[in-house]
Design a binder for this molecule. Structure first.
Ligand code: MG
Length: 385
């Protein structure tokens, strides 16, 4: 009998392996206002990270089972991945999996996987496929670590021996015809496919999974997925407010009698944002990068300088997670302009608007800002590698 650990590459030839990746959950327990598979883990979303693992395994085609609400976003994310398609899910996981199976004809092996398990090892996917080829099924599972008790109304009724217990994960891989037959004959709703297969009279077999192969379910799971290398940056700037200059903040022209004085367009908000990004990436500040003695930068739009800063930050391997800034001004009133400034900055930073916050404050009639002679700004940012 072949060991499940053996994965000779020729075993895959002659088989067509499809994958059903279930992505239709709402994931309310993560506290996100959107599907958790669209959550950005730093460089890529949960879904892309999962797909990266599947392209490294012996899988020929992939169907993503999705919610209609996510179709546009998922179509964009899956575009670089070959041999992927989508179908819509149902009210329960079981219905979603069945819809996925229908969208995958002409396969003899099918890998079923939760889209919210981005840390699956491609070797485990392959081991589950080999097990399904040899024995009909391969279910990723890990030995249960915690002591398990049966509890009713807060009372422990029974201690359960742990040595035979395993926690089920995905991938769960099957001979295509057998799992389709199982779903057609077994009625009800199940949280995993191995149970459907078992209820149809088959004996599922496990392959050893990994404790790193977590399913992102709760807000704490999201925190655990944060990238290891994070950097906070801070920036501050102030410019004199004078007559005869346009007032530009966050790249937005604001209709006002005065504007900010400076060598560039003096966009004090963008200057603070640039210095925050540069400080987080351990790069020289804007005074060094764009000296006010260089005629190249005379009256230049600070948004163009921001583009150069973004390139420098990306060259160092950083991704921007979020930017927060505050405008400190007595006049003009900032509230009517905040949303446009946020939108403008977010677009330039290539971030969603919820990751770019802009607030405004006055100095309570104290000092040069209150006298209408200056506007200041500070910014902070979070980068990850
Ligand atoms: Mg400045």
């Amino acid at each position: 009998m072949k060991s499940e650990a053996e994965c000779p590459s020729d075993i895959f030839s002659g088989h067509t392996v499809g994958a059903v990746i279930v992505c239709a959950g709402r994931g309310e327990r993560t506290g996100l206002s959107y599907n958790k598979i669209l959550y950005n883990l730093g460089h890529k979303t949960v879904l892309e990270t999962t797909l990266d693992k599947f392209v490294q395994a012996h899988v020929d085609k992939i169907v993503l089972v999705i919610s209609p609400d996510d179709k546009a976003a998922i179509d964009e994310l899956r575009a670089p991945y070959p041999n992927t398609c989508t179908c819509f899910g149902g009210d329960t996981r079981s219905v979603s999996v069945q819809n996925g199976l229908k969208a995958l004809p002409d396969c003899d092996i099918v890998v079923i996987h939760d889209g919210a398990r981005p840390y699956v090892d491609p070797d485990i996917i392959d081991k589950s496929i080999v097990s399904a080829i040899n024995f009909g099924s391969g279910i990723a599972a890990v030995p249960t670590v915690d002591t398990v008790k049966e509890v009713t109304d807060g009372r422990i009724e029974r201690s359960i021996r742990r040595d035979k217990l395993y926690n089920m994960q995905t991938p769960q891989t099957f001979r295509y015809n057998e799992i389709v037959k199982a779903y057609n004959t077994v009625l009800g709703s199940f949280t995993d496919d191995a149970e459907v297969y078992e209820k149809a009279g088959y004996t599922p077999r496990i392959v050893v999974g990994s404790y790193d192969n977590i399913k992102i379910t709760t807000h704490n799971d999201l925190l655990r997925t944060l990238p290891s290398s994070m950097r906070v940056g801070i920036g501050f700037d102030v410019h004199r407010l004078v007559e005869g200059r346009p007032l530009i903040l966050g790249g937005v022209h604001i209709n006002y009698a005065k504007g900010l004085l400076g060598h560039s367009d003096a966009d004090v908000l963008v200057h603070a944002v640039m210095d925050a990004l540069l400080s987080a990436a351990d790069l020289p500040d804007i005074g060094v990068l764009f000296p006010d003695t260089d005629p190249e930068y005379e009256n230049i739009s600070s948004m163009l300088l921001l583009d150069r800063v973004l390139e420098r930050v990306a060259d160092k391997g950083y991704t921007i997670n979020s930017v927060s800034c505050v405008i400190i001004a007595q006049q003009p009133k900032m509230a009517p302009h905040i949303q446009e400034i946020r939108k403008n900055l977010a677009a330039r930073l290539n971030l969603s608007i919820d990751r770019v916050n802009v607030s405004a404050t006055t100095t309570e009639n104290l000092g040069v800002i209150a006298d209408g002679n200056a506007i200041a700004s500070s910014a902070s940012c979070l980068l990850s590698m």
